[in-house]
Design a binder for this molecule. Structure first.
Ligand code: ADP
Ligand code: MG
Length: 911
């Protein structure tokens, strides 16, 4: 569109629109529709150029511009969102051909990383969460998080540390914060993300004010007060919930304030699928902090930080999208209550016993589409024709699932939900089936959604289009007979429209007074012919010419009606999705239990863990028969399981050479505990699991160095947290803690930590290379020793990966170095040094073993092979004197005298 060049390139009507939209959405990239492109201007253009690689041009001098073709906009959008940008889309909201002056435009969509609902912008198996966090006091954070595409909204008021842990589980794509004066997110809020990549978006600070946040929520949910949702009126977390609702209403410009476009339809309430806020109770779930989730590789592995090789990926066999997301939820939020866990177990047991039932349910699930996300799009007035077809197939499944779950008591709770939803949903399925074709087009621009025979008006329009030729032929015949002129023709011409044509001669002969010529009007006179029009033909003309548009318009009307009818069933749709997701995960559990021979764990109220032939679930999947199973016995739960009178250590120290399988063993214990709390069976021959409130996992800084994140300070901060918060119901997993500092320091710390945890009775597994710690087993009843067996064979070591009672006396570091290919001369030297050190350091409990893999002795350069490395330091005379004392013969006075002497000697030697 040519623009007159003016002094200020922004001062054209289109650019003024652009400026206005940019002011309304300052934090968004603006995609501005012009012709067949969405254009970006100024800094936006530069960002698009950088992120999307599209060409940077100039609209006029000084106005950088970059564009993406409109038909491919979704794929570009996806990339911008993945890069963390928010995008506002300004569309033409009037037909350009009808526009007087500049085409009217408006922002029709704001797409942000945390508010995605479009199918092609979302990963089916992953959740997409929007969170809001605000400090209400120095040590109190109001947190809310919503999954727009599922319609859930949860809140909690937590300590900053707990909020950080929760955010690690939530993994928000976008985090809302209370707008600050300088526009930057406050550091303590970003700190809550602990390095997670989330887009930070500001929300006006007034939204967080008590009165305003209440008003927003009351208005949105159309309630008089919020107590009905279980909140006190001054609950701080409601501010965060209000921020989410306000942000959603602002970004999800729903049909309330949106000009009708082909795919949108009005609904009585925007965002109706967003359920009321629900308070998250941390105590209802096994607490897994962010370190533990990482160390146990629940969602991603430590090494590659990808899903591959994670617990979630290994377990995943759900068939529905909502099931896949539910499995993630269950693994990250295991239950803490026995009844809930056992209810799930009972279903798994049933599905294992009754394979026919499992098959029936699986078959039904197979037909389900992503119902909650369709419900979300309905709630946002953004459903597509294909969504309706998918909904038709999915809602028909409700009755099937209700029937499949009807007979077993273990499924009663799910059956109840499904049964209540089945009636209305079957009705909806019938309504849709009667109206909608099986595979409709992606959008409604050309119609094609509604079946023939469903709607009289639409059928007429369609048959007018389709049958116009026959209609005309019939009409022509009728006229020809009436006029007794066989050569009478009915024709069409673009300029004049429909006409009846007679030759000039015949026209002359006509007796226009006759009845059947009433209404005939002369339209056009040609050289040899005369053209007429009749009211009937005129009417036909306007009907045929408008038929196409009217057919499409009628389809849009019907589509809107169907969407509204479907949206009315939002609650039932969500109920169906919820129950189906549960069933899908329970089938997944049963499937895994069957394929890898898992056992149903017995839950007990006493702390600890007992497992026979336990296997690490991921290694079990990968190594199968090559994995060596091990037994685990920890705390009173083990004693109960064994039926033994002997107390079982609640803290086990695991020693053994590097690569023996220590880390694997202790993680096996943690993962079995975690899985047991999800209701899943566990990879063991038998298991008894004490109900646990938290799993703590700390991996020594040195072991985590490859991630480049961990320092000894972090290690100790987290260890401090464990020491403070671990109860006798927590499972503590410590892997080489203390390794991040000097050997003596580390050993002393490890020693003290073990004593502390043993005193508290926390079920603990501590893998350590400090053999000196094993002496603790003799001093503390709660401490026991385990070691991972290796066999020496022809000077090499063979890893047996078998965990056995008792301790080892060697760390085999030198052997491992040999296996790793350290030169033979170095190995030989290290061996001789080791022998020497073993002699010079006799077993005082706190003497470090030097030949650990963490701190291998460095042979001095050019050292003659047999020179001793350390001269034995001469003993201080005071020590020699003390050694010589015979306590049995010493009187108190003599003792005092001796102390005075020794003190004097020491003071002398210090000077
Ligand atoms: P450590 O912590 O003692 O150094 P890891 O637990 O990291 O040893 O185990 C090292 C490797 O040994 C693992 O990657 C795995 O391949 C193998 N491994 C560990 N435990 C077993 C087992 N029980 N059966 C078979 N292989 C195992
Ligand atoms: Mg290890």
């Amino acid at each position: 569109m040519p623009q007159k060049t003016k002094k200020d390139p922004r001062d054209t009507p289109a650019m003024r629109q652009h400026t206005r939209f940019k002011e309304q959405h300052p934090d968004c990239l603006l995609l501005f529709r012009m012709g067949d492109f969405y254009e970006l201007f100024f800094e936006d253009a530069e960002i698009a150029h950088r992120v999307l690689g599209v060409t940077l041009t100039q609209r006029t001098a000084g106005v950088p511009m970059a564009g993406v073709p409109y038909h491919a906009v979704e794929s570009y959008l996806r990339r911008l969102i993945q890069a963390g940008y928010r995008v506002a889309i300004a569309d033409q909201v009037e037909d350009p051909s009808q526009a007087k002056g500049v085409v009217d435009r408006d922002v029709t969509r704001v797409v942000t990383p945390g508010t995605l609902t479009d199918e092609h912008l979302l990963d089916a198996g992953a959740t997409n969460t929007l969170a809001a966090a605000a400090f209400v006091a120095d040590n109190e954070v109001a947190l809310a998080w919503a999954e727009l595409s599922a319609g859930t909204l949860r809140t909690a008021t937590l300590s900053p540390a707990a909020a950080r842990d929760e955010l690690a589980r939530i993994r928000p794509a976008e985090l809302l914060y209370c707008q600050t004066a300088d526009g930057e997110p406050p550091q303590r809020v970003t700190g809550l993300l602990a390095g997670q990549p989330a887009t930070l978006s500001p929300v006006a600070s007034r939204v967080f004010r008590l009165d305003e946040s209440r008003r927003i929520l009351r208005e949105h949910y159309r309630v008089g007060h919020l107590e009905g949702f279980g909140y006190a009126d001054d609950a701080p977390d409601l501010a965060a919930a209000a921020a989410i609702v306000a942000y959603l209403r602002q970004t999800q410009r729903t049909t309330d304030d949106l000009p009708a476009d082909g795919d949108a339809q009005p609904d009585d309430r925007a965002l109706r699928h967003l359920r009321p806020p629900h308070r998250f109770e941390p105590a209802g779930h096994l607490v897994l902090d962010h370190t533990t989730l990482r160390a146990l590789e629940v969602e991603t592995t430590l090494r590659s930080n990808t899903a591959e090789g994670s617990l979630l990926e290994m377990m995943q066999s759900c068939t529905t999208a909502m099931g896949k997301r539910r499995l993630r939820e269950w693994l990250c939020y295991p239950l803490a209550d026995r009844a809930g866990i056992e209810q799930r177990q009972a279903v798994v047991a049933l599905l294992l016993a009754d394979t026919r039932l499992g098959r029936d349910i699986a078959e039904a699930l197979d037909k389900l589409h992503d119902v909650p996300r369709i419900a979300a799009r309905l709630g946002l007035g953004r459903a597509t024709p294909r969504d309706l077809a998918a909904l038709q197939r999915s809602t028909a499944v409700a009755a099937e699932l209700a029937a499949a779950t009807s007979s077993a008591p273990a499924l009663a709770h799910l059956h109840q939900t499904l049964d209540a939803a089945a009636g209305p949903l079957t009705q909806l399925a019938d309504t849709l089936a009667a109206a909608v074709v099986e595979s409709p087009p992606a959008h409604l621009r050309d119609g094609g959604l509604i079946r023939d025979g469903h709607d009289k008006l639409l059928d007429e329009q369609r048959s007018l289009q389709r049958d116009s030729q026959q209609h005309l032929a019939a009409y022509q015949q009728k006229l020809a007979e009436q006029a007794s002129v066989p050569s009478l023709k009915v024709g069409y011409n673009k300029v004049f429209g429909y006409y009846i044509e007679l030759s000039a001669v015949q026209a002359d002969k006509l007796d226009m007074e006759q009845d059947h010529f009433q209404g005939w009007a002369r339209k056009q006179t040609l050289k040899n012919a005369e053209r007429f029009i009749t009211p009937e033909l005129k009417d036909f003309e306007s009907r045929v010419l408008g038929a196409r548009e009217r057919a499409v318009a009628r389809e849009q009307e019907l589509f809107a009606e169907l969407c509204a009818a479907a949206a009315k069933q939002t609650d039932h749709l969500q109920a169906l999705a919820d129950a189906a997701a549960d069933l899908d995960v329970l089938l997944c559990f049963a499937d895994r239990a069957r394929r890898r021979d898992y056992a149903r764990p017995t839950l007990t109220d006493v702390p600890g863990l007992h497992a026979v032939a336990a296997r690490h679930p991921v290694l079990d999947d990968r190594l199968a028969d090559r994995l060596v199973p091990n037994d685990i016995a920890l705390g009173p739960a083990a004693r109960q399981a064994i039926g033994n009178d002997e107390p079982t250590a609640s803290l086990a120290l695991i020693t053994g050479p590097n690569m023996a399988g220590k880390s694997t063993y202790i993680r096996t214990a943690a993962l079995i505990t975690l899985l047991a709390h999800t209701g899943s069976y566990v990879p063991a021959a038998e298991a008894t699991v004490g109900l646990t409130d938290r799993v703590f996992t700390r991996v020594g800084a040195a072991d985590e160095l490859h991630t480049g994140q961990s320092t000894f300070m972090v290690e100790m901060t987290e260890t401090a947290r464990i020491c403070h918060h671990a109860s006798d119901r927590s499972l503590v997993i410590l892997d080489e803690v203390g390794r991040g500092t000097s050997t003596l320091d580390g050993l002393a710390l490890a020693w003290a930590i073990v004593e502390h945890l043993a005193d508290r009775g926390c079920p603990t597994l501590f893998a350590t290379h400090y053999h000196e710690l094993t002496a603790l087993a003799d001093r503390h009843v709660a401490v026991g020793n385990l070691h991972v067996a290796v066999r020496e064979w022809q000077g090499e070591i063979v890893f047996l990966h078998r965990v056995q009672p008792g301790s080892t006396d060697r760390s085999y570091g030198v052997h491992v170095a040999r296996l790793a290919g350290v030169p033979q001369s170095v190995i030989a030297r290290a061996d001789s040094l080791l022998a020497e050190l073993a002699v010079s350091h006799d077993a005082s409990a706190l003497t470090p073993e030097i030949a650990t893999d963490a701190s291998p002795p460095r042979p001095p350069a050019l050292a003659a092979n047999d020179l001793p490395l350390f001269d034995r330091a001469p003993e201080h005379p005071a020590i020699q004197q003390l050694r010589a004392i015979n306590l049995d013969r010493l009187s108190p006075l003599e003792a005092f005298d001796l102390i005075r002497q020794i003190k004097r000697q020491i003071e002398k030697s210090i000077d």
